[in-house]
Write a protein that binds this ligand. Structure first.
Ligand SMILES: *Cc1c(COP(=O)(O)O)cnc(C)c1O
Length: 825
């Protein structure tokens, strides 16, 4: 979004496109689109057909259908015939064209632009600087961690006349990428957070990585960096001003020491301009303290006085860039994004709200945008534009500014001057999805607390970005045209029901599969419209299947006859119902054997109202290379059996047999569709597979009590727990037990949990609701500390191995009493 608009003809000229007579020459463009699912104000959108994982040119029709009339493309197709009333700007490279436009837009503003790069901490430093500088500047900043080639361009597009400072994050993963970012951002102030020594795949050496990152700062007038991260490289450009920081003693801001005070604060003492100065920050971990120092150096370089800096730093708080989806009271779903509020992140949150299908009613509770004075009108017109095109059942505005601009908002609205007055109003919600989007100072966490169902210390956090990443990883290796069925049986392998299905539906998978009819019905009731296959429908449930448009797996003749009877009884003339025929090629669980095919085909011929959508089978050991001969035999038998059925029916029938491990190991068995299960949830049974999966589920809890154990004492039931050497030591009691799905066999040191990154092994028998960890000798552990039970580390594969089972059982064994929280970063 930009408050500055450009005519399409002007953009065409800028992008070097021939001066064609443009359709609606003077159409104003204020939005840049690149995802056909996320089109807002279609008329004012310029859509870029980007070539990435998917080819944006394949989505032009969808964008056109939504009303977009201005496109930038790189493939010369006969657009005029397909989309008569639209403009097509043909360029060699659509991403470069987008960057060119962003660079031009950026050049229209003459206020300072801060660029931040580094291996870690970019987003935190950006958000903290935003907080620290907000009292004095009206700031545009990158939303979330939009720091890629595309993200930077979109961030710059948000620059507008009402701001007087921009803070932009820049991230690269390969040599050669920074040049394009530098050309776009043209920063006047540069900040290097840090540079890790880890060997990135995209660079030949650490030195090359440093050089590349530093190239962002060509021509900056002020530079903030730490010499320790230059790895011997020289800062070559002549910044007029710089402020270096670090612990070596020779820096401009030379840290003398860090002293932890009570209650989680740390006082940092340093020498600056020959004087000793200090600040106290509400953090204790090394990463946060480094980011604080980086901000401190920046404020000093900007000329702030010590007192102001000390005051503002003391009230910083941990950054949560997360948007969380959790259960609310009165059957509501709460989307909690109560940390920040600006137009870009509001757009992202509204996109997520529009994905949610589980309730008809959608409510947005929004606070004022944190801006100072200038040009409020423009900002609130934008906000209202975004809000009005959502079909909300209620819009709640909190703050004096929103109240003042209430006339801009259409539909049912309510306004309150403050968070307190909203809470006092007693307004209540039922069966609604509620998005909470509030700036820091509005303390929306208080609203979140009243609307959310009670939270427990033990939660399973589900990272929806990671789930999408895994889906895309598999899509990338699938040949075009192969469909994807996502297995969401057993509560999506323990991770959730409609919450997962919404994401999959939004990402356009082709099919969902559940194990039982009731799982499918739950998804339909939550608004999921994708086709759904039910593996074990049950003869007694056939009518329900029809009513909820669920497609059964048919594995014997009785089932087929029951379905046929139900279709006839439902009496809908001429409408057929889709089924999926399961063939037994060696699993010997469910399905037709070879010698039963003839009878099946005969019966199908008598049932024109039953439509065979697909035939499929299941592999028994697709991840086990020692069984590859058997797998190939199954595939061959499947081809044989499937083609007999296909040959006997006069319409198209899909074939599928591949589960997760077969997708990468047996590409010849992809056929028309694959069934992706555990890989979607970030786990692979195939250790040689080339796919980079991300961890989706993290199981967390907290320490309830810490104990000193005298030498010789035992810990827990049956006196099985003893500390090393039977000596004295310390234990931590944590809130997870076998009733939560933490297997009892993980006790007595068979597995560990992570506390502040340190491994603490179980000691003694696992109890029903709790267990004990040996924390003897581990520093800095307090009651209330967070404990990672399972996640990136310890990985679900480690837990499975420790008790001789498979990751599938561990994941699906996490009890429903453990609350699930879904988030996007
Ligand atoms: C569970 C299941 C899958 C998915 O298996 P993964 O190994 O998790 O990918 C595929 N097909 C059928 C029939 C299943 O039951």
């Amino acid at each position: 979004m930009s408050t500055k608009t450009y005519h399409i003809a002007q953009i065409a000229e800028l992008l070097g496109c021939p001066k064609a007579p443009y359709f609606q020459q003077d159409s104003s463009i204020s939005w840049l689109g690149y995802d056909s699912r996320k089109i807002g104000d279609a008329k004012a959108t310029l859509f870029f057909a980007l070539q990435g994982r998917r080819n944006g040119h394949d989505y032009l029709a969808e964008a056109y259908k939504k009303g977009v009339r201005h496109f930038v493309v790189s493939e010369d197709r006969p657009y005029g015939d397909l989309f008569p009333e639209a403009n097509f700007l043909l360029v060699p490279d659509t991403l470069m064209a987008l960057q060119k436009l962003a660079a031009y837009h950026r050049s229209q503003f003459h206020y300072p632009v801060v660029a931040i790069t580094g291996s870690n901490g970019k987003t935190v430093v950006k958000e903290w600087l935003y907080e620290l500088l907000s009292p004095d500047y009206s700031i545009v900043r990158s939303p979330k961690s939009y720091n890629s080639q595309l993200g930077v361009a979109l961030s710059l597009w948000a620059m507008n006349e009402s701001a007087n400072l921009a803070i932009i994050e820049a991230g690269i993963s390969q040599a050669g990428e920074m040049q394009a970012l530098q050309t776009m951002i043209k920063p006047s102030i540069g900040i290097l957070t840090n540079i890790g020594t880890a060997h990135d795949a995209g660079f030949d050496s650490v030195e090359q990585k440093v050089q590349e990152k530093l190239s962002l700062f060509t021509n900056v007038s002020t530079l903030i960096y730490s010499p320790k991260y230059l790895h011997g490289q020289q800062i070559s450009q002549q910044a007029e001003k710089s402020c270096s920081w670090g612990e070596q003693g020779s820096e401009d801001l030379a840290i003398i020491n860090y002293a932890q005070t009570t209650n989680g604060y740390t006082t940092i003492k340093a020498r600056y301009n020959g004087k000793e100065i200090s600040i106290t920050a509400p953090f204790t971990d090394a990463a946060s303290l480094e980011n604080v120092v980086c901000c401190w150096a920046t404020l000093l370089a900007l000329g702030y006085d010590h007192r102001t800096i000390a005051q503002r730093v003391a009230s910083l708080s941990a950054i949560s860039m997360r948007l969380e989806l959790k259960n609310g009271i009165n059957s509501c779903s709460i989307i909690d994004d109560s940390y920040s509020n600006d137009i870009s992140s509001l757009e992202i949150a509204l996109d997520f709200l529009s994905q949610q299908q589980q309730h008809q009613a959608k409510v947005l509770i929004l606070s004022d945008m944190p801006i100072q004075g200038m040009e409020d009108v423009l900002t609130y017109q934008r906000v209202a534009e975004l809000v009005n095109r959502q079909r909300l059942s209620l819009f709640v505005g909190i703050g004096e500014q929103l109240s003042r601009y209430r006339h801009l908002f259409a539909g049912k609205t309510a306004f309150y001057p403050s968070t307190a007055s909203f809470l006092a109003s007693g307004l209540s919600f039922q069966h609604s999805t509620i998005l909470l989007k509030g700036a820091r100072s509005y303390s929306f966490e208080r609203i979140s607390k009243t609307l959310s169902a009670q939270m427990h210390d033990t939660v399973l956090e589900i990272n929806l970005n990671a789930l999408e990443n895994n889906l895309n990883q598999y899509r990338m290796i699938l040949p075009e045209g192969v469909k994807l069925m996502a297995m969401v049986k057993a509560f999506s392998y323990g991770s959730g029901s409609f919450e997962i299905a919404n994401v999959l539906q939004f990402n356009k998978v082709d099919y969902l599969t559940v194990a039982y009819a009731d799982e499918g019905i739950a998804l339909r009731r939550a608004g999921i419209t994708l086709p759904i296959m039910v593996m074990n429908a049950g003869i007694q449930n056939m009518e329900m299947l029809l009513r909820y448009d669920l497609e059964p797996e048919i594995y014997n003749l009785h089932e087929l006859q029951a379905l046929s009877r139900a279709i006839i009884a439902s009496n809908v003339e001429g409408v057929s119902h889709a089924v999926h025929i399961k063939l037994d090629t060696g699993m010997h669980r469910l399905g037709f054997m070879e010698d039963e095919l003839e009878a099946l085909i005969k019966l199908l011929h008598q049932m024109p109202h039953v439509k065979v959508k697909s035939v499929f089978s299941h592999l028994v050991a697709s991840g086990d290379s020692s069984q590859d001969d058997y797998t190939r035999k199954q595939i061959a038998l499947f081809k044989d059996m499937a083609s007999r059925i296909k040959a006997s029916l006069p319409y198209e029938i899909w074939m599928h047999i591949a589960n997760t491990s077969a997708i990468s190991r047996f590409p010849e068995a992809n056929f028309d569709m694959v069934r992706l299960g555990i890989g979607l949830y970030g786990v692979s049974a195939d250790e040689t597979q080339p796919i980079a999966l991300s961890t989706v589920a993290t199981l967390k809890t907290k320490i309830t009590q810490i104990k000193h154990i005298p030498a010789g004492d035992t810990i827990g039931y049956n006196r099985h727990g003893r500390l090393k050497g039977n000596g004295s030591g310390m234990t931590a009691t944590v809130k997870i037990g076998y009733a939560d799905g933490y297997n009892r066999r993980l006790g007595n040191g068979h597995c560990y949990m992570l506390i502040g990154g340190q491994a603490a092994y179980t000691v003694g028998d696992i109890c029903m609701d709790m267990c004990m960890l040996d924390i003897t000798g581990l520093p800095n552990i307090s009651e209330g500390d967070e404990v990672i039970i399972m996640g990136e580390k310890p990985h679900v594969n480690e837990l499975a191995k420790a008790i001789g089972t498979i990751p599938y059982e561990v994941l699906t064994g996490i009890s429903p009493r453990v609350k699930r929280v879904y988030y996007y970063e």
